[in-house]
Design a protein around this ligand. Sequence first.
Ligand code: SAH
Length: 194
Amino acid sequence: MQEIMYKLIFTIIWLLNGLVRRPHMKKYKKTEMISSKNTSREKLLYFLAAFGMMIVPMVYVFTPWLNSFNMNLPDWIRLIGVIGFGFGLFLFWWVHRTLGENWSPILEIRKEHKLITTGPYKHARHPMYTQIWIWVICQWLILSNWAVGVVGILTWSILYFIRLPEEEKMMIEEFGQEYEDYIKRTKNIIPWVY
Ligand code: SAH
């Protein structure tokens, strides 16, 4: 398949992810929060990850600046990336729908926060992070470019590994035994595995 087709498919799914998030971001801005953790650091990490997932791939799609990092991956691997990215879009929609108003781009507890343990949250505590891992790996495969792959995975890893223990700590402080029990019967991001 031609490079332009991969770039087009990637951009369409990328935009659809944005459309899924949009109404939730609007609602979030009106939601009253009762506590937040490490707000400045969280915002910085969020923008760092957004740089790797939004800016760098779009620089590759719309300019020739990163072409020297091209990898020439075979079509079948790039198609696996397309299927994975498409599945990630579905997961993103499902997670947002299930988490509803309890979602926040940083670590926060809202007024009347509810612990969600259904749908994608039944077997994994962090399915949105599963989706983001899928995103950064698949954008690498689809666009077949070292710069896109390495920057995406690196910026996301920093956020993921710093945030995960902090988020679990915050949830235990808020939900106590209920969250401890939830930890015992679920995995982090891959049901039954990790
Ligand atoms: N880590 C989750 C959610 C990411 S959004 C995931 O990967 O799917 C981050 C916010 O979601 C946190 O600020 C926290 O308030 C909220 N949150 C995380 N897990 C939750 C759960 N099981 N139920 C309700 N809210 C949750």
